[in-house]
Design a protein around this ligand. Structure first.
Ligand SMILES: C[S@@+](CC[C@H](N)C(=O)[O-])C[C@H]1O[C@@H](n2cnc3c(N)ncnc32)[C@H](O)[C@@H]1O
Length: 211
């Protein structure tokens, strides 16, 4: 089974509220986004799946929201939950490593629990290039991964665990740390998982992103 089919099968089998990464409210992500983006900020939730971050953003008054995921089941579940409220959201079914996004057209790139599945250095490089292409200079990237003492696997897949400094290092010299935070996520099964959140500002230099 390819990776996309793997994720799609999990959403179909468990439903949005049964997956280990389910949050009733994406509180920390929302707080950090509100700190750096005005209500007209263009927000991209990468690998957003059926996350409720979009619900929180809409409730906070954001209206330029894009949710991207390569699982059709996840996007269907989010759209069904939001109903008419979701009609202003742009939903993109695509692979973040290969999708062609509008150039420098996003103010915030949010990713919770996607980047840490990129175990190959070339995939992480492609990802960082996508961030630099999509974000407007001065925009922000907010990435949440398993922390150094978090789980080594999720949903049967290996992950890379990060400290805030290690995440910043992956992104390279064009990104400046704004803040970082640790969160203990409790899964629907009651298991605690430590996450690292890293909020960085995109300040491209002539040297370009890390090669
Ligand atoms: C662990 S879930 C996290 C979902 C969501 N961010 C949240 O916090 O609820 C990982 C998500 O990333 C998506 N995903 C994984 N790799 C992807 C890729 N290369 N392109 C697009 N989506 C991807 C999966 O379909 C899944 O929805």
């Amino acid at each position: 089974m390819d990776t996309r089919a793997h994720w799609d099968a999990i959403y179909r089998e468990k439903g949005a509220e049964g997956v280990s990464w389910y949050q009733a409210e994406a509180r920390l992500s929302l707080e950090l986004i509100i700190r750096v983006a005005p209500p007209d900020g263009r927000i991209l939730d990468v690998g957003g799946g059926a996350s409720r971050l979009v619900d929180g953003l809409l409730a906070a008054g954001y209206f330029n929201i894009t949710v991207l995921d390569f699982s059709p089941a996840a996007l269907e579940q989010a759209r069904a939950r939001l109903g008419v409220n979701g009609t202003t959201v742009s939903w993109i079914e695509a692979d973040i490593l290969t999708v062609s996004l509008p150039h420098h057209a996003m103010d915030v790139w949010h990713d919770r629990a996607v980047f840490h599945f990129l175990t190959a250095a070339r995939d992480r490089e492609r990802y960082v290039k996508q961030v630099g292409d999509a974000l407007s200079p001065g925009g922000h990237v907010l990435v949440a991964t398993f922390a150094e003492d978090g789980p080594t696997r999720c949903s049967g897949l290996e992950v890379v665990r990060y400290s805030p400094q290690a995440l910043l290092h992956e992104f390279g010299a064009d990104f400046q740390m704004v803040s970082s935070a640790r969160e203990e996520h409790v899964t629907p099964a009651g298991v605690s998982q430590a996450f690292t959140y890293c909020l960085c500002r995109y300040m491209p230099t002539a040297a370009g992103p890390k090669q």
